[in-house]
Design a protein around this ligand. Structure first.
Ligand code: SAM
Length: 234
């Protein structure tokens, strides 16, 4: 059985060869520690079907695919150009790459010979950017709003229910709450939602607040945190 470290390294080294700066990819993607926690819980649950929200260029996607060889995985990403992703979220790199996230996701899954188990969908999950400044930047960049619709409800209806979800998309509290409300309706009883970036930094606090607001409406759900990874049992 492939280790999480080997799976992550395969994805990172392939993506670096595609012209993406490794430090940039690692900055946005799941770290080894967190990937191991994600896979540990996934292997215990033995999911037949997973929904991943927020793929970026496919590191977590490839790790899920390689470490869970029997699982079908549906992925949703806003699929912005990599350059724009840097401008909006990371800011500290000089990235000049007009290709979009899902272009790389498809390439890496193809290279690893696991693409046939995946369904890749472009769009926002439960809500668009709540922040007008970000939305203006996206539109000024030349992205047409009609090319990035809210697709979560349709995708869940068509491909759900899921045994598990991995949520690593918009970390603003309003978005996290909306995403969880939609997701929780499409996860089978006994399943789980795994969240990334629930630590104590700025974005971790936002994600935690989003979860708290969700739990106020769904108090029977259980939330557990291990470092940067959170689990909601459904
Ligand atoms: C932190 S990155 C994901 C990293 C990836 N899970 C990994 O570890 O390799 C967040 C991703 O979420 C996507 N995203 C942000 N808001 C979204 C939304 N509302 N719906 C779907 N995808 C979204 C972004 O395009 C970005 O690729």
């Amino acid at each position: 059985m492939i280790t999480v470290k080997e799976a992550r390294e395969k994805a990172l080294s392939f993506l670096s060869k595609q012209g993406l700066e490794r430090e940039f990819i690692e900055n946005v993607s799941v770290k080894l520690d967190d990937a191991e926690k994600l896979i540990n819980i996934s292997r215990k649950k033995q999911p037949q079907k997973i929904l991943e929200i927020g793929t970026f260029v496919g590191v977590s996607t490839a790790v899920l695919g390689l470490c869970l060889p029997e699982t079908k995985i549906v992925c949703i990403d806003a699929d912005l150009p990599v350059t724009l992703q840097n401008i909006l979220c990371v800011k500290k790199f000089e990235i000049n790459n007009e290709k979009t996230n899902l272009y790389f996701v498809e390439k890496v899954l193809q290279q690893l010979e696991i693409l046939t188990r995946f369904t890749l969908k472009r769009g926002f999950f439960s809500c668009c950017f709540p922040n007008k400044e970000d939305l203006d930047q996206v539109v000024n960049y030349g992205i047409k709003p009609e090319d990035r619709e809210i697709i979560g409800p349709k995708v869940c209806e068509k491909y759900g229910p899921f045994d598990m979800a991995f949520l690593d998309a918009d970390h603003r509290k309003e978005a996290v709450k909306q995403d969880l409300i939609l997701l929780s309706r499409y996860i089978r009883p006994g399943g789980a939602i795994v969240l990334h970036d629930v630590g104590l930094d700025y974005w971790g606090q936002e994600v935690r607040q989003g979860v708290e607001q969700f739990l106020k409406e769904y108090p029977q759900k259980e939330f557990r945190i291990e470092g940067e990874i959170g689990f909601i049992s459904i």
